[in-house]
Structures are given as C-alpha cells and as structure tokens.
Design a protein around this ligand. Sequence first.
Ligand code: LMR
Length: 397
Amino acid sequence: LFESVELAPRDPILGLNEQYNADTRAGKVNLGVGVYYDDGGRLPLLQAVRKAEIARLDAAAARGYLPIEGIAGYNKAAQTLLFGAGSPLMASGRVLTAQALGGTGALKIGADFLKQLLPNSRVVISDPSWENHRALFERAGFPVDTYPYYDAASHGLDFAGMLAGLRALPEQTIVVLHACCHNPTGIDPTFEQWQQIVQVVKDRNLVPFLDIAYQGFGDGLEEDASVVRLFAEHDLTMLISSSFSKSFSLYGERVGALTLVSSSKEEATRVLSQLKRVIRTNYSNPPTHGGTVVSTVLNTPELYTLWATELAGMRERIRSMRIQLVEKLKEHGVKQNFDFVLKQRGMFSYSGLTAPQVDRLRDEYGIYAISSGRICVAALNTGNIDYVAASIAKVLA
Ligand code: LMR
C-alpha cells in the first residue's frame, strides 16, 4: 500500500521548528515560526488565561460534546471582536460564526465550503503570502494564483500592481486578504488604499476571504478590525478566519473562528446548516478547553481588560524590538537602510535577507528564519538582539 509514497518536504515554517529543536548549539535563536516570546525568551501564559483556567478547574465541569459550531458565547465574542460592540450587522442576524481549530482550521472549513459553492472558481493570494495559504486552498481543490503585493525595491506595497491585479480577475474569484499585520511582509495597505481595494472587490464581484490572525498586534484591537468593518459597511458577503493563537498565547489549544457574512438572516440559517456538515465530516465538533478559556476571558469584563492590557504589552515589546533591531544593525556597521522595519506591523519583518543569507544565519550562527527572509520580531529580546544584529551584519558584509 505505502511502497510508492514519496518523502514529503519539510513544512517551510513548522519544519524549521523541528530543525531548531534538534540543534544543540547554546546560543540558537528561533526567528522562524510566528510565536511571541517575552523578553526572557519564554512563551508566556497570560494572566487572563491563567485566571480563566483556574475558574474552569474550580468549576470541575464535565466534558460533553460541544455543538458542531462550538460554544455560542465564544462565537458571539469572536464576532464582537471583528465588528465591534453594538454592531448593526450582528443585530441583523446575517453573521454566523463557527469555532474552529485555529486560524488554519477556519481557513480549511471555509475553503471546503467554498469548493462546494464555487467548484470552478480560482483562489488568489498575495505575492508573497503565508506559506500555508497556497497549500491549504490547493488541498481543498482550487487552483491558486497570486496578485501583486510586495515591492522589493521600496520594501513596501506595490499598490498599483495589487489594484490592477485585482481588477483583472474574473468574477467570483476568491481573494484572500490579510486584514491586518500582513504575513509574511508586515506591510499593510493604508486605510485609504483599503477603501479602493474594497471598491474593486465589490465592482468585480470578487469573493473576499479576510484572514485576521494578528488582531491586536498592529495598532490595537479596535484599530486592527477597521478593514473587516470597512468590508462589512460595503454590504459584502464574505468569509473571515480569525485566530486567537497569538493574541491569547494559546497556540496549542487551536482557538480560531470562521465567520461568514450572508445576505439575510434566513440565508444565514441555511448557510450555517451546510457549514455544520463540513465540520461534522472533518472533525465532528471542536474541543472544549481552549474555547472555554477564550470565551470566559472575552465575556468577563475584568478578564477582558486584563487580556487587552497584556496584549498591548506584547504589541509594545515587539515595537521596541523593531527600534532596537534597526539601531543595532547600524551599530554593527550595516550600510543598508533598515528603517523599513519600523514601518512594518505585527510579528514579522520581511527583512530582505536572501535564501543563501538565511542559510548562513542558520548554519554558521544558529539563527533560524524563513527562507523568504521573514523573521519573527516577536522572538527577539534584549538578551539575543545584539547577537542577531551582529550575525545579520556578518552575512550582509
Ligand atoms: C506563522 O506564519 O509562522 C504562523 O502562522 C504559524 C503557522 O502555522 O505557520
């Protein structure tokens, strides 16, 4: 049966973790996967999460099956994060949400559902995009193309190219857009540019699939939802995948959500019934623990405030690491201008390092980055930043 099975390549992101874990060098640094570490290099357990977990333990609740679409309070809170408290869209009953296995799980059930609805459509993702976007949509049976996004010369956005690319798409093409903190580049369109993008999506009758895995890591929880809210104001039907992996530091709990905006309340009921079939035939229903913890935090005002403060702390620390990285690179004699790192948002920096330079960083200095040159700024800290900057300076020399 398995004789003809070929060895698959390592995953470009999670495969690096395997290599990193096997590396025995003392000073190794993992700037590969998008994970936030504190200044001591530790993966944090947020206080708000801890408190919700203690409450959960005290309640000693049994673990029955959740509804197929997950915890109602979790789904409502996920919607509120996207559309804001008192959202008229939510009140209209047109929005439905299913708790999902992380942002990836949300993308996957969304992709499977879309394949039923639009079997002949294509998917377009930004060039570049998160490594798993292409693989995931291809696995769901879609051909995947790209639209222009990154301009290497300016380390910025190729906005004219992006807009022209979107304008040229056939109707009902599924367009994956990063609603904030673009992964891997860290470069987001401005709000004014988003206003033009949403107009093209509407005029061309494209199907927007907004991916928001880093809400709270750009400018703030509300600010980072502004693109989702802009699309909602334009009365578009759309899909949105959310992840709480990073914002709650709950990577292993697989906490995410898929939200669909339909045209009417009656349509939403039909859509949810079909989405539930997709979920049921994939994993039946989601797990309880992570969802309960996130739901408790989001629905308990005191815990929500604590969480928002902790998230702001993570955002601020990443910002200060961006500043320090640019300074340290200068100190170590790097001639190239790295100021673009300060303009990027979220966890990542598309550093401009080439694949051979990334290889040298890993082989000679034990510093792991994605071969595209993406580095996770959220893994830098006051203890490793000097070493990282010095090593980058050496591979650039
Ligand atoms: C990343 O881009 O590093 C994260 O989203 C983790 C992942 O699943 O790839």
